[in-house]
Design a protein around this ligand. Structure first.
Ligand SMILES: NC(=O)c1ccc[n+]([C@@H]2O[C@H](COP(=O)([O-])OP(=O)(O)OC[C@H]3O[C@@H](n4cnc5c(N)ncnc54)[C@H](O)[C@@H]3O)[C@@H](O)[C@H]2O)c1
Length: 309
């Protein structure tokens, strides 16, 4: 085998992100070893994979009679060594905790073949924080998916200053080969591109709510029916190229000095966290996000994403 050719993949962590990453890669015809710490979690992941594969059918990515063949390509186990033994790429989707990632990358370095590329789906942690734990930092990078990973057509690839060009190019070719768009982030920075943009927008959104300028529904309406709707088809630079940069410069001068810029957690979010109101996972956040609410928003997002061909 060409040592850079990716044929078999391990996904480590079968939660919200891991099961979706695994099912999409299997749907593209690859063998996937899916690991999590207990069999119960893997059983739940299998149910989520069934649901996710149906959404891939809705989006036209696979046919309904390909579902069972795709499921056969996914081998679940809570034995880490056996799941890593013969893979060419590992995608880690364990919790966002640097100690867990460091411990896992150490194990990947010990248990994977020497050619294996080691990727993390971290949302914000720079690859240099855990790359050296693997003892092969040239083969470590971030592959940052967005939720739901099998339907959002973008992956950010983030390199550290130790990641080799071969690793970046192999990873990029693999992700593009399964039909996704890739941004290679040239320099590692906290939150990469996607979460720097999203957290900047969240900070301002919370400021608008905290100061009584609007409420959460107002912010969500602004995004759903205007900015987000346009951004689904054209980026911020494309949209404002049409508006005229002379006009944007005037708006910038007026608005920028008044934008939120503090780095502590804004009060509306702190109040939720202090009360343990984490959103869908606890049944309440800014919204009353019980099962009905959660299912209806998830379905709306899946249907919307599936409508993009
Ligand atoms: N939730 C999102 O929208 C999102 C988006 C992009 C990236 N991410 C990133 O993906 C990663 C996973 O997030 P998630 O939302 O899927 O979390 P999750 O809690 O749904 O899933 C994490 C899984 O990892 C398992 N796990 C715990 N300890 C482990 C260990 N030592 N080894 C292997 N698996 C272990 C858990 O049992 C769980 O099933 C995080 O780094 C997160 O920042 C999340």
């Amino acid at each position: 085998m060409n040592k850079h050719q990716i044929k078999k993949i391990a996904v480590i962590g079968a939660g919200l992100m891991g099961h979706g990453i695994a099912l999409e890669i299997a749907a593209a015809g690859y063998h996937v070893n899916l690991y999590d710490v207990t069999q119960d979690i893997l059983d739940a992941a299998k149910e989520n994979i069934d649901y996710g594969l149906k959404r891939l059918v809705d989006s036209g990515k696979i046919k309904v009679d390909e579902i069972s063949k795709t499921k056969l390509l996914i081998k679940t186990s809570n034995d880490l060594g056996s799941q890593l033994r013969d893979v060419d790429l590992v995608i880690e989707a364990a919790p966002e905790n640097v100690s867990i990632k460091q411990e896992l990358f150490k194990k990947f370095g010990e248990l994977c073949p020497s050619h294996t590329i080691l990727a993390s789906n971290t949302s914000s942690l720079k690859p240099s924080l855990y790359a050296s734990h693997s003892k092969r930092p040239d083969k470590v990078l971030v592959m940052h998916y967005a939720n739901p990973p099998h339907l959002v057509p973008l992956v950010e690839i983030v390199r550290s200053d130790k990641t080799s060009d071969t690793t970046v190019n192999t990873a990029k070719a693999f992700i593009e080969g399964i039909g996704k768009n890739v941004i290679v982030v040239n320099k590692e920075v906290e939150g990469f591109i996607l979460n720097r943009l999203q957290i900047a927008l969240l900070r301002e959104s919370l400021w608008l709510v905290e100061n009584g300028i609007t409420d959460i529904e107002g912010v969500d309406k602004a995004i759903k029916y205007c900015t987000g709707r346009r951004w689904a088809f054209a980026g911020i630079f494309e949209v404002w190229e049409l508006a005229g940069w002379d006009t944007i410069e005037k708006i910038y001068r007026e608005v920028a000095p008044t934008l939120a810029s503090k780095t502590d957690i804004p009060a509306p979010l702190k109040r939720l966290i202090d009360k343990g109101l984490f959103g869908s996972k606890s049944g309440q956040g800014f919204y009353k996000s019980d099962k009905n609410w959660t299912d209806s928003v998830k379905t709306r997002i899946a249907k919307g994403l599936a409508s993009f061909k």
